[in-house]
Design a binder for this molecule. Structure first.
Ligand SMILES: NC(=O)c1ccc[n+]([C@@H]2O[C@H](COP(=O)([O-])OP(=O)(O)OC[C@H]3O[C@@H](n4cnc5c(N)ncnc54)[C@H](OP(=O)(O)O)[C@@H]3O)[C@@H](O)[C@H]2O)c1
Length: 311
């Protein structure tokens, strides 16, 4: 039976991944009681034993863990942004383009997509590919995510009793150099980096990414309905990407439970300008679910094994 080791199991992504993989009977999860920095030798041994090692670590710790993998047969999924555009790494977004699943399944090194980047790329790439959006456009994007996107320290900080002093929302990408920008540019095919303004909100999970598109960047005639159709066609048959229309009492796009297992894409706006939106769970398709898809592809399991129960 194939074995899997999660480095960073005590973290926000690692915990959820561990919880989901623990239920699998077709893989052996190597999960000693003590691991990580408290048991480095043991961790090194497991990193060099597992068929697939999944690194759920901050960037610097992930690089160190990777340097401890000396067995060339180990296949690695790194959930950090370190290798998102690195040579020799395959981008772990199976829905990216035709052939991506096959590329992942053959890879030795897979880079897990960033949570905001997942929504951004899935919404925009088909429009750039299809000539509907000018790849030279100076795209701007905003995203708001729940505080679990900031890892366990941020979760602890928000969940400590604070009275009403915890902020409702914070903008944190003030230097406009968020670590997910390079993958956002590379995998949409944009000619220049998008300007990305990330926010964190006072809620645990969930994420909305919004991309307003000025008519000057659009192919003449592109309307919300026609672009929705392009996305529907592109993602027909995909189980984790769906195209939605706004609804509810206010006709708005809301972020509330249930968040769903995959990414929901919306195309709004008017006959001039368009608004693309993506809605997802940062810890789900934005992290653990993507890692499971990648792991399944590497191990030649059904891509949705361990995820299907959540549909
Ligand atoms: N959270 C999300 O929504 C999300 C989404 C997509 C991708 N990611 C990426 O996934 C990775 C993990 O994120 P996370 O949110 O799960 O982080 P997290 O909650 O902060 O957890 C980090 C994990 O790494 C361990 N760790 C931290 N520093 C370490 C060090 N110097 N040496 C060894 N272990 C160390 C922690 O162990 P201790 O418990 O001992 O501190 C913990 O197990 C990050 O690269 C992040 O960018 C996160």
């Amino acid at each position: 039976m194939k074995s899997v080791y999660i480095a960073g199991r005590s973290g926000t992504s690692g915990l959820l991944l561990h919880e989901m993989l623990q239920k699998r009977e077709d893989i052996r999860l190597l999960a000693p009681e003590v691991q990580g920095r408290d048991a480095l030798d043991r961790e090194t041994e497991l990193l060099n034993t597992a068929d697939v090692a999944i690194l759920c670590l901050p960037s610097a710790a992930g690089k160190k863990a990777l340097s401890r993998i000396t067995n060339p047969t180990i296949r690695v999924i790194d959930t950090s942004t370190t290798h998102s555009v690195a040579d020799g790494w395959v981008y772990g977004l199976p829905e990216l383009k035709h052939g991506q699943r096959e590329a992942i399944s053959q890879a030795r090194r897979v880079s897990g997509p960033g949570c905001f980047a997942t929504g951004f790329i899935l919404a925009l790439r088909p429009l750039v590919d299809g000539g509907l959006v000018d790849p030279a456009a100076p795209i701007c994007v905003q995203g708001i995510g729940g505080y679990s996107a900031g890892g366990k320290r941020m979760v602890e900080w928000y969940e400590q009793p604070k009275g009403d002093t915890a902020p409702f929302a914070q903008v944190f990408g003030l230097n406009l150099d968020h670590a997910q920008v390079p993958e956002m540019q590379r995998y949409t095919g944009l000619q220049r980096p998008p300007l990305f303004v990330p926010w964190v909100g006072n809620f645990r999970r969930g994420m909305l990414v919004s991309i307003p598109l000025h008519r000057d960047w659009l192919k003449p005639g592109a309307s919300p309905a026609s672009v929705r159709e392009v996305l529907r066609e592109r993602y027909a048959g995909e189980r984790l990407v769906s195209i939605k229309t706004r609804g509810g009492l206010t006709g708005s796009i809301t972020l509330s439970n249930p968040l769903g297992v995959g990414v929901e894409l919306y195309v709004e706006g008017n006959d001039d300008h368009l608004l693309l939106m993506a809605r997802l769970d940062n810890l789900g398709k934005g992290s653990a679910i993507a890692a499971i898809q990648n792991m399944n592809l590497l191990l030649e399991c059904s891509e949705y094994a361990g995820i299907e129960e959540q549909f």
